[in-house]
Design a protein around this ligand. Structure first.
Ligand SMILES: [Zn+2]
Ligand SMILES: [Zn+2]
Length: 403
């Protein structure tokens, strides 16, 4: 490992190499909108590498800008920095020191990899153009990417293209997975409130029961995916909460149903939204209830651009070799606010294998280093893949900003 950072006087004693930096970040997770110390550490390290730094971009966002040569070409590389509100259950020595907070999505690894690449690119690698290192806050539900864009990110730091990587359980460690077009879904949240007429449970004919209606609506909505959506357009509709009632002898006044819808394209989402609303209204009519339905569109789908994906694949092949690049990876129904960047700039978002899940391994391919699922209280970024991530970033810069 490279000697990255000498012992410092500011309370960050473990940042001498990228793996120990990663573990330091794991020990000190910060939630979305609270990434003060992480972003200060990132800014300090970038400055130590002689990279010019802008802090406070869209909250705790940090942008490092490194220009070499004379070319006007510029690319942006992005890492996210935030952790999750989760009590870590690991027992290793670098377990989170912050109760109820944990790097369970591996953003500690993303931050460490991009810092590793920044150091190498500033000191060891020649290229012709500008690299913007974007350290983004609040990916976990906070739309930090959109905040950075609204804060003028691409006006202040113009880039021809943007690239991102997420560590990925289920892919073998160090293997890249990518595809042109949709790679992650849109995330959308819905709630229906059914208002009937509360009554004594012994006299249901005097009320209008939202419980029976909620049960009907739950099942009727599921038919949208099998009867209305084109089977070629994958979608998920999960009802995750039904809240109603307070006692066994009371017919409640209201029931609420909520959940999530995921699609890879806006047309399918529009269709589902429309059908959910129609079926909700019709169910209300059927049972004599008022129904209020709302679907809130959160992160859009993450859609990779054709040309930049080809470029990314070439950089991956040069970094880790052809057999370690899956260019037709299965897209995920999880979502990512990198989607906002891709709505502004061409680019590519890729997965980097964090190791197979225990359930995927057999005697033949048991690599011992199993990964847990993202957002598990047992998650840990695999330090064995740091070098692959750094090599990818460097190879991308060399390729897109050639001498
Ligand atoms: Zn996550
Ligand atoms: Zn994540």
């Amino acid at each position: 490992m490279d000697n990255l950072h000498q012992q410092t006087r500011n309370g960050h004693p473990h940042t001498r190499d990228i793996a120990s930096l990663r573990r330091y970040l794991h020990e000190h997770p910060e939630l979305r909108f609270e990434e003060a110390n992480t972003s200060a550490l990132v800014a300090k390290m970038l400055r130590d590498y002689g990279i010019s730094v802008q802090e406070g971009v869209g909250g705790y966002g940090v942008v490092g800008t490194l220009k070499k040569g004379r070319s006007e070409r510029a690319i942006a590389l992005r890492a996210d920095m935030d952790a999750l509100p989760l009590q870590e259950l690991n027992t290793f020595s670098h377990i989170s020191k912050h109760p109820g907070k944990m790097h369970a999505c591996g953003h500690d690894g993303h931050t460490a990899m991009l810092l590793g690449a920044a150091r190498r690119l500033s000191q060891d690698v020649d290229f012709d153009g500008t690299v913007h290192f974007i350290f983004q806050p609040a990916e976990e539900g906070g739309a930090g990417a959109r905040r950075m864009i609204e804060d003028g990110l691409f006006d202040r730091f113009p880039a021809d293209a943007i690239f991102g990587v997420h560590n990925w359980p289920g892919l073998p460690a160090g293997v890249f997975g990518v595809r042109p077009g949709p790679i992650m879904a849109s995330s959308n949240s819905f709630t229906a409130t059914l208002t009937g007429r509360g009554a004594h449970a012994a006299q249901p004919h005097r009320g209008a029961d939202p419980v029976v209606a909620a049960a009907q609506l739950t099942l009727a909505w599921q038919t949208i995916l099998t009867r209305n959506v084109d089977a070629n357009h994958p979608a998920v509709l999960s009802i995750t909460q039904i809240h109603t009632g307070t006692a066994n002898n009371i017919i409640p006044e209201t029931a609420t149903i909520s959940g999530t819808v995921r699609t890879f394209d806006a047309t399918t989402l529009d269709l589902i939204d429309d059908r959910m609303s129609t079926i909700a209204r019709a169910t209300g009519d059927m049972f004599g209830l008022d129904v209020l339905f709302a679907l809130e569109r959160l992160y859009p789908a993450t859609i990779n651009h054709e040309r930049e994906t080809t470029q990314a694949v070439a950089a991956m092949v040069s970094a880790v070799g052809q057999p370690n690049v899956d260019r037709h990876v299965t897209p995920s129904f999880a979502s990512e606010d990198f989607s906002y960047f891709l709505q502004c700039k061409p680019g590519c978002y890729a997965f980097l294998g964090n190791g197979l899940l225990a359930s995927q391994t057999t005697a033949d391919n048991d690599d011992k280093a199993h990964s847990r699922e993202l957002h598990s209280p047992f998650y840990d970024f695999n330090d064995g893949i740091l070098d692959a991530g750094i090599a990818y970033w460097m190879s991308l810069v060399r390729q897109l900003l050639p001498l």
